[in-house]
Design a protein around this ligand. Structure first.
Ligand code: AMP
Length: 281
């Protein structure tokens, strides 16, 4: 496995390859990430994993500095899976003119709702880095997790809007036995908080069951937020949306997605669950 530490090294390596699949990550890899890599390997022998903690997608008071960085262990896990290359550029290589002057990618309509409302500028940072990674790596295929559902939809829209020649593939959320979605940020939780945090997925599942008999979305959302508070969370949002464009749900939507963000102590966790509307024609 090659470890490519600069854009120059990546470009040189890329010239010798034909097809490439890309799995973008911020590192501190867990089984959720590794599942994306396995999905990519099923489709393409030549997989590149990028590991880059992207400062542009972090807000001023967020965890950029404390975000876990475990490059050595990450590389070992990726090597064992049969990844061809890991791309770990420096911030100065990715943003040579600095963050303020960097050309940005805005995906309107979807970037300022839900997580985008709580984290202004976050999805601009995500869209910009993913667009740059697509241009750097020039993959035919890129795999992203459904765990970050809004992110996945932002990337799909960006890819479509900018006519980027990349197939964007979503892979299902990997969970702990408790149901808690795997996340690098779970490492911030105490063992007790981790146990409590499983209530996030349970609440999504409960709402899914309720959606088979009710389309009173605001009532379901309110009940779920109460359940989350009872379980020790401070809810940020709990929202039932159209699964495609993430606009407010209607009874006619063929598919919904129930999305939640909530604080367990200082740690903000997100999760979601898709629900098909069995009454829609
Ligand atoms: P991150 O390193 O958190 O930026 O995540 C990199 C990629 O891994 C993104 O496409 C995430 O959606 C995906 N991912 C993170 N956690 C999970 C999970 N539990 N299951 C599936 N994919 C995940």
């Amino acid at each position: 496995m090659r470890v490519l530490k600069s854009l120059a090294e990546l470009r040189k390596w890329r010239q010798q390859q034909s097809e490439v699949a890309l799995v973008p990550t911020m590192g501190n890899l867990h089984d959720g990430h590794l599942h994306l890599v396995k999905t990519a390997l099923e489709r393409c022998d030549n997989v590149v994993v990028s590991i880059f903690v992207n400062p542009m997608q972090f807000g001023a008071n967020e965890d950029l500095d404390s975000y876990p960085r475990t490059l050595e262990a990450d590389c070992q896990a990726l090597d064992a899976l049969g990844v061809s290359a890991v791309f770990t550029p420096q911030v100065s290589d990715v943003y040579p003119r600095g963050l303020d002057k960097q050309t940005r990618i805005e995906v309107p309509g979807i970037s300022d709702i839900l997580c985008g409302a709580s984290r202004p500028g976050h999805f601009t940072g995500v869209a910009t880095i993913v667009c740059k990674l697509f241009n750097m790596v020039q993959p035919q295929l890129a795999v992203f997790g459904e765990k970050d559902y809004q992110q996945l939809q932002v990337i799909r829209l960006m890819t479509q809007d900018l006519s980027l020649p990349v197939e964007v593939l979503g892979a299902p959320t990997q969970r702990e036995t408790s149901g808690l979605a795997m996340s690098s940020r779970n490492g911030y939780l105490s063992p007790e908080q981790k146990q409590q945090a499983a209530a996030l997925y349970r609440t999504l599942q409960k709402t899914k069951v309720e959606l088979s008999v009710s389309t009173n979305f605001s009532e379901l959302e309110k009940a779920a937020e109460e359940d989350l508070s009872q379980a020790g969370f401070v809810p940020d949002y709990f929202s039932i949306r159209n699964a495609k464009d993430l606009q407010e749900a209607t009874a006619e939507d063929p598919e919904w997605v129930v999305l939640a963000a909530a604080f367990m102590g200082k740690t903000r966790l997100i999760d979601n669950l898709r629900v098909s509307n069995t009454s829609a024609r």
